[in-house]
Design a protein around this ligand. Structure first.
Ligand code: DP6
Length: 324
């Protein structure tokens, strides 16, 4: 029996400028670029072993056999890896996360970037960063952004070959932290994949897409110049624009909980008092609060005392996906 194995670690990422809606669903080609930061202190570790004696792929997540839907998504992704490598063995996939899944912390980003790296390496392929980012994108769009280091921009591109993410600045460029106010840690009802397919039903999506290049420029400049105020303004605007699209799509998607709104209202007040903080929300109720890494403990404490906040998870900005 031949076995080929590899293990990789990847971080989730949180977007300042969001990805919401695809031009091509099957290839996960987004309408626009997006910009994010990797979260150093959160990770997924995935071991892939291709074995000739397996009759089907298997998947364990956090020591539990995965549900059929997750296994199917992983198996379809492994088909891409098998095609690239020219093999047809099945694989055993063992994955674990140190953060809650499906709660607006992009677990699929960490999962598919770790799977792209471990899966391709296990077959003996040695893909460069661009090829890995393209591959990870096919599993989950945001996973393309968890391959490069630090602050990352996913270039929408026009086809499969040129839609991949690149690092704008590495993780040591600017010491920021994300304090995630956990308001609801359960699995969300409508996931991003379905959300992307209905984004274009919102009358606001066209405006969001038309004005995205300005926000992308603003965000890129703010990161390169380490200008927190500029980053804060554009990040909050982009988050609210994406949620406006979500709330006006058909069916309408409301991810915010009352406590999410309370935190969102408080953050700009704290900023006006001189604390460098800003918020963004993904497809979930949890509020990601960015701050300078030096004020992480203070922000953590403020959020933890907030009514409706169950817990707070912190992370600084992290490096690329890597083999272990
Ligand atoms: C709201 O990458 O999770 O987090 O490609 O279907 O897996 P799939 O979608 P996914 O979408 C992320 C949506 C978002 C915004 C973002 O991370 O840019």
């Amino acid at each position: 029996m031949k076995t080929h194995t590899a293990t990789a670690i990847a971080h989730p990422n949180i977007a300042f400028i969001k990805y919401w809606g695809n031009r091509n669903t099957a290839l996960r080609l987004p309408h626009t670029n997006s910009i994010s930061a990797n979260l150093r202190d959160l990770h997924t570790c995935t071991k892939v072993t291709f074995r000739d004696d397996l009759t089907a792929d298997t998947l364990h997540i956090n020591d539990q056999p995965a549900e059929d839907g997750a296994l199917k998504r992983v198996s379809l992704f492994l088909d891409l890896v098998r095609t690239l490598a020219g093999i047809n063995s099945n694989a055993e996939v063992i994955s674990s996360n140190n953060f809650p899944m499906g709660a607006g912390i992009a677990s699929s980003a960490a999962a598919f970037s770790a799977l792209a790296l471990a899966g391709s390496a296990a077959t003996g392929l040695s893909l460069d960063e661009k090829a890995l980012s393209r591959l990870a994108r096919r599993g989950s769009g945001s996973a393309s952004r968890s391959i490069p280091a630090g602050y990352v921009e996913w270039q929408a591109g026009s086809d499969d070959a040129d839609s991949y993410a690149v690092s704008i600045a590495d993780e040591n460029h600017w010491a920021l932290a994300d304090c995630v106010a956990i308001i609801n840690a359960s699995h969300k009802i409508i996931g991003s994949s379905l959300g992307h397919t209905i984004a274009d039903t919102s009358p606001f999506q066209e405006v969001r897409l038309q004005t995205a290049p300005q926000r992308l420029d603003e965000c890129r400049q703010a990161i390169l110049q380490k200008d927190f105020e500029r980053l804060a303004t554009v990040t909050e605007l982009d988050s609210t624009m994406m949620h406006s699209v979500m709330m006006t799509s058909n069916p309408a998607l409301f991810y915010w909980e009352p406590a999410s709104i309370s935190v969102m209202k408080e953050i700009p007040l704290l900023r006006a008092k001189g604390l460098a903080v800003c918020y963004t929300l993904d497809a979930g109720a949890n509020v990601h609060v960015f701050c300078e890494a030096s004020s992480k403990q203070k922000v953590h404490k403020l959020l933890a005392e907030f009514p409706g906040v169950q817990s707070v998870i912190d992370s600084e900005v992290g490096g690329p996906a890597r083999l272990v």
